[in-house]
Design a protein around this ligand. Structure first.
Ligand code: AHG
Ligand code: MN
Ligand code: MN
Length: 345
């Protein structure tokens, strides 16, 4: 350790970093910058609530299910309310779509130029056991004219149209990682100062890795090529790591190199994860960091959304590993195609 550095952390705050980036674009209005600050503020509040949840009595189930039939935890609902409130008060966002809400939330800010898609709290099953959880968000520019009503077209945009995306990881330390399409930067929260500081500048993910993350409990429900790929990972003696909070699994693999797979299965024929709230944002980030994200066939960012709560299989991480996994899927499709041809010939 360099003794000159003792006494840190004092460095670039998230606010200063956002401002500096905004100055690179002379015609930027500052609205996106303010929106990112609003998200960071809500993240700080949620961070406080999560770290005290055992004392505040806000752990456990809320007593209702969301539109997807999943049991909501109290903190899912609290996070949803906090983020919605921060974005409504900020004024830059006209509409939100959220994993926890059935329909589009019209914030009443019709002069707002942005829409946000979010998973307010990811990894709900880990809330009550002190395991890392997260928040995921995507920002789009609205399509309908500013000042008018919100349309479905505003919120059902392809991942390629994201203007910013990020996540907050409430882990051993709390981090905010985001991109606006010019690289990926990570900020660590200093709770005693109430500030996020730049700690991970220009994150790039390793081209290859030795970690595979998949819920092997569903092995019997997976397609054969997925089992074959995982088997190969095991034969290569890669490490299996699966937290069950997508943000945390993703963040580890982003930094260390690895692949996260949530494939289709006989139980979830379209996969489990949600295109708009989870996959698009992480796909944008991973690509900006030099990684890959696909549904096994196509880039996640090019999947055309048709409904708010659309699910999609996810293969995400180091490009060499994602390509390899896709090769298994592709070869299986080819050999099935050949068999069908033989039968019909
Ligand atoms: P959420 O808590 O937002 O509903 O997301 C849970 C997701 C994701 O975080 C995690 O990787 C995955 O579900 C775990 O699912 P399994 O328990 O089926 O592995
Ligand atoms: Mn989630
Ligand atoms: Mn969630």
């Amino acid at each position: 350790m360099d003794s000159n550095n003792l006494g840190l952390p004092v460095g670039t705050t998230l606010d200063r970093f956002i401002k500096r980036k905004q100055d690179d674009f002379p015609y930027a209005t500052g609205e996106l910058s303010q929106l990112l600050r609003d998200i960071a503020l809500a993240g700080k509040i949620i961070n406080r609530e999560i770290s005290r949840s055992g004392l505040l009595g806000i752990g456990g189930a809320f007593g209702a299910t969301n539109v997807q039939g999943e049991e909501q935890q109290k903190l899912d609902v609290i996070a949803d309310i906090r983020f919605t409130r921060a974005l409504r008060n900020g004024g830059e966002v006209c509409a939100i779509i959220s994993e926890e809400e059935e329909k589009i939330i019209d914030l009443g800010n019709h002069s707002g130029r942005y829409v946000v898609a979010m998973d307010p709290l990811d990894g709900s099953s880990n809330i009550d056991v002190n395991v890392s959880i997260g928040t995921i968000f995507s920002v789009f520019r609205r399509i309908s004219p500013v000042g008018g009503p919100i349309t479905e077209e505003d919120v059902l945009q392809k991942g390629t149209e994201q203007v910013a995306a990020g996540y907050i990881l409430y882990g051993s330390s709390t981090m905010l990682v985001y991109t606006t399409g010019h690289g990926v930067n990570g900020f660590t929260y200093e709770p005693s100062l109430g500030e996020f500081f730049l700690s991970h500048q220009n994150i790039t993910t390793p081209k290859d890795g030795k970690i595979f993350s998949i819920n092997e409990g569903s092995w019997d429900l997976f397609d054969q090529p997925i089992r074959d790929y995982v088997q190969e990972c095991k034969e290569c003696q890669f490490s299996g790591r699966y937290i069950g909070s997508l943000v945390a699994d993703f963040h580890r693999n982003l930094l260390k190199g690895g692949i996260y797979i949530y494939p289709r299965s006989t139980k979830s024929p379209k996969g489990k994860l949600r295109l708009m709230y989870e996959c698009n944002a992480l796909a944008f980030i991973v690509e900006q960091a030099g990684g890959m994200a696909t549904d096994g066939h196509r880039r996640i960012l090019e999947v055309e959304p048709t409904e708010l709560h659309q699910r999609v299989p996810l293969f995400i991480g180091s490009p060499k590993m994602v390509e390899k996994a896709m090769e298994f899927v592709r070869n299986d499709a080819i050999s099935k195609g050949k068999k069908t041809q033989m039968k019909t010939a």
